[in-house]
Structures are given as structure tokens and as C-alpha cells.
Design a protein around this ligand. Structure first.
Ligand code: FPP
Length: 258
């Protein structure tokens, strides 16, 4: 039987990394970090491997970064795992991407539980294959009583469609007299979004050198600090997460004020 402890300790932090962790923890840690995990395909291409090999390597990085985020005291980690636009990819790649949550959770759920991680998902559940949804829902259920890091998978998620769905629900609630249109403000509208239980991201990281949002959390990123890195997601390591947080700690967040 695989020893649970062994899995987490395989990536035991080096002394240098421990020092950086202690240093970065002396300053405010972003409560919510959102990541656009980009560059899996290019990582694979560089190695003459199929694109799905890059996604598989990317999945392993999810584990490392989740563990580090938890260790650093991050409260929410939102990961863009599949966008509403990713359906345009070849069918074999789409099918593979939807296998990854099951593989990830099938392997690491006991450790996530041990690490006090709470799994969540945001996205349009329809069209997500039943086996993927079942794996994610099981993980959500099994971790519901945890109160550590929230690991929020954005799966079949798109920022624009999220807003349109919210507008439809608002319209229904106005029609049904549940709310009055004059009550509408940013705070109330936020409650209709898929992130209604979550705070907005403090830090957005996008890997692979692409500098765009790709329909990710369009409402929620209004005042988020952005960190772009050329590192491809499968090469992203604990050190790069810390570097992004250090960058964040040097920003001055004014929210439009002085
Ligand atoms: C973008 O890279 C990445 C994705 C569309 C998928 C991201 C998924 C993972 C990292 C694995 C998810 C793991 C779990 C546990 C859900 P790309 O394929 O667009 O890369 P490219 O731009 O280099 O082609």
C-alpha cells in the first residue's frame, strides 16, 4: 500500500526553499491566488512528446503548487483547468483533459484530506463527462469539513458565460419579486456569480509568456494584481510561486484611491 506521508514528502523542501518560505511569510500572503496554467502543449512539443504528456506533467505540478500554497497560508487557490473555449481542441485532448481530475483526485485525495484542503469546482456542469463530475463531487463531499486551503477547479468555466448566467438569474429574481432592481449593486451581483462563496483573487498568475486573460474571472479580477512569467506550467515550481508572491508583496494596491 502506498504510504500517504511518503507521497507528500517525496518533494521535501530544500533548506534554501525553507528559508525563502519563512521570509515570504513575514509579509502579507495573497489570500486568493488564481492561476492560468498555460504552456503544457509547448512543454511537450519541446520534448517531441504528445500534447497530453504536457497536461500530465502539468497535473503533477498542480499537486506541488497546492501543497506549497497550503504551506504558505494561501486561503484559496483557483486553477483554470478547462475553459469553455477548450472544447475546440481535438476530441482526444478534450477527453484526456477530463480524465485528469479523476486521476489527480484518485491519487491525491487522501493527501488533500490530510492537508486539510477543501476541494471546490466552478464551471458549467452540463457537458462535463459524468466520470469527471463524479470524481470532483466525491472530492468536494469528502473534503467539505476541512477548513484549510480551498482548491477551486475552474472546469468548463468561462467568464463571459458566467456573467450571462448571473444576469439571467438576476432577471428571474426581479421577475419573481425576490429582489428589487434598485437593490442591485456590485456586492449583490457578486452573489450571483460562481464565486459567490469566495473572495476575489488578490493575485493572478499566468505561465508560458502569454499576456491575456482568456475569458478567466472577468468580473473577479477587477482589482487583482497580475503576474506573468515565461515559465511553462509543467516547469513551474514552488520557487516560482514564491517569486510571484514576493512580486505581489512589492505592489501597492490602491483600488483607484491614492
Ligand atoms: C493550457 O496549456 C492548459 C490547459 C488547457 C489545461 C490545464 C490543465 C492542467 C495543467 C492539468 C489539470 C490538472 C487537474 C488536476 C485538473 P496549453 O495546452 O494551451 O499549452 P500550449 O499553449 O503550450 O499549447
Amino acid at each position: 500500500m502506498l504510504n500517504k506521508m511518503k507521497l507528500w514528502t517525496t518533494s521535501k523542501n530544500s533548506a534554501g526553499l525553507e528559508e525563502r518560505i519563512e521570509k515570504v511569510k513575514k509579509h502579507p500572503i495573497p489570500a486568493h491566488i488564481a492561476i492560468i496554467m498555460d504552456g503544457n502543449g509547448r512543454w511537450a512539443k519541446k520534448r517531441a512528446l504528445p500534447r497530453i504528456a504536457g497536461h500530465h506533467e502539468g497535473m503533477k505540478v498542480v499537486k506541488r503548487i497546492t501543497k506549497m500554497a497550503s504551506q504558505l497560508g494561501v486561503q484559496i487557490l483557483t486553477l483554470y483547468a478547462f475553459s469553455t473555449e477548450n472544447w475546440k481542441r481535438p476530441q482526444y485532448e478534450v477527453e484526456y483533459l477530463f480524465k485528469l481530475p479523476g486521476e489527480f483526485l484518485g491519487t491525491f485525495l487522501p493527501e488533500l484530506i490530510e492537508e486539510n484542503v477543501q476541494v471546490k469546482m466552478m464551471g458549467h456542469k452540463e457537458h462535463v463527462p459524468a466520470h469527471t463530475l463524479a470524481a470532483v463531487e466525491k472530492a468536494i463531499y469528502d473534503t467539505k469539513d476541512n477548513n484549510g486551503l480551498v482548491l477551486n477547479f475552474a472546469l468548463n468555466y468561462g467568464g463571459r458565460s458566467e456573467i450571462i448566467e448571473a444576469v439571467k438569474k438576476v432577471t428571474d429574481d426581479v421577475k419573481n419579486g425576490i429582489i428589487n432592481e434598485n437593490q442591485m449593486n456590485e456586492e449583490l451581483f457578486s452573489k450571483y456569480l460562481m464565486t459567490n462563496q469566495l473572495t476575489d483573487p488578490d493575485l493572478l498568475i499566468r505561465t508560458s509568456g502569454e499576456i491575456r486573460l482568456s475569458n478567466f474571472m472577468l468580473w473577479q479580477l477587477a482589482y487583482t494584481e497580475f503576474w506573468f512569467t515565461d515559465v511553462l506550467w509543467p516547469d513551474f515550481r514552488e520557487e516560482q510561486l514564491i517569486e510571484a508572491i514576493e512580486g505581489f508583496q512589492h505592489r501597492s494596491r490602491r483600488y483607484g484611491g491614492l
